[in-house]
Write a protein that binds this ligand. Structure first.
Ligand code: PXP
Length: 243
């Protein structure tokens, strides 16, 4: 299992004061030194945290594979094709939301996604779709021919007890469905060192993309220590993949 570190909220802190620090690229380098496998940034339409220049700098100035999270808009597709990240993760995006709410409606936006996926495939950029663990959405993702999906763990993280168990079962079945079609299974949203062990019964998890809790912890103990702490928890995973 691999850790992808989302450094958006390093930029949130910078944008809060309009300063040049803290630098998300520096955070990415520290995450790399601590054993992260990839870096994610989400260039939002409203540019509330990551800026266009951050995406370009991230491509040039840190050593890890770059995953660009983005809405499926013409503007973002053009930017991605210029920057050439290793991967793009297509997410739904609403201006008013605090963070990405819910997965992509692959069924409802099939034609638009098909067009963008074809452009990315031609450019050699791997596409991931951020989806709820819903069999219809996974089925549509399989039909689109994407190499990866990222399962939305938000609902799983927000509830506890029996409800969390039910969410975990949905994630488990979605992971099996995607994996049996040959699709790489990633997961993310809301994951912390506290809730991560409850995710471990989900098989075939390849990469976990984690941001807010890691950056929050990094404010207190430093980025390298926060990444090491998360990796130590991830080592308890026995779901079929090892680093
Ligand atoms: N994966 C996706 C697709 C996301 O939109 C986000 C949030 O930007 C994350 C992972 C990371 O979520 P969090 O910041 O809650 O760890």
């Amino acid at each position: 299992m691999y850790l992808g570190v989302n450094v958006d909220h390093v930029a949130t802190l910078r944008q809060a004061r309009g300063t040049v620090y803290p630098d998300p690229v520096e955070a990415a380098r520290l995450a790399a030194e601590a054993g992260a496998a990839g870096i994610t940034v989400h260039l939002r339409e409203d540019r509330r945290h990551i800026q266009d220049r951050d995406v370009r700098a991230m491509r040039r100035e840190q050593p890890l594979p770059l995953n660009l999270e983005m809405g499926n808009t013409l503007e973002m597709v053009e930017i991605a094709l210029q920057v050439m990240p290793d991967e793009v993760c297509l997410v739904p995006e609403k201006r008013e939301e605090l963070t990405t709410e819910g997965g992509l409606d692959v069924v409802g936006h099939y034609a638009a996604l098909e067009a963008s996926c074809a452009r990315f495939r031609d450019a050699g950029i791997a596409v991931s779709l951020f989806v709820d663990p819903d069999p219809e959405q996974i089925e549509a993702s399989i039909r689109l021919g994407v190499p990866m999906v990222e399962l939305h763990t938000g609902a799983f993280c927000e509830c506890g007890g029996a409800a969390r168990q039910a969410c975990m079962e949905q994630l488990r079945s979605a992971a099996l469905q995607a994996h049996s079609a040959g699709i790489q299974v990633n997961a993310g949203h809301g994951l912390t060192v506290g809730n991560l062990p409850d995710l471990f019964p989900v098989p075939h998890l390849h990469t976990l993309n984690i941001g807010h809790s890691l950056v929050s912890r990094a404010v207190l103990i430093g980025m390298k220590a926060a990444v090491s702490e998360m990796l130590a928890v991830m080592r308890g995973y026995t779901g079929g993949l090892t680093r």
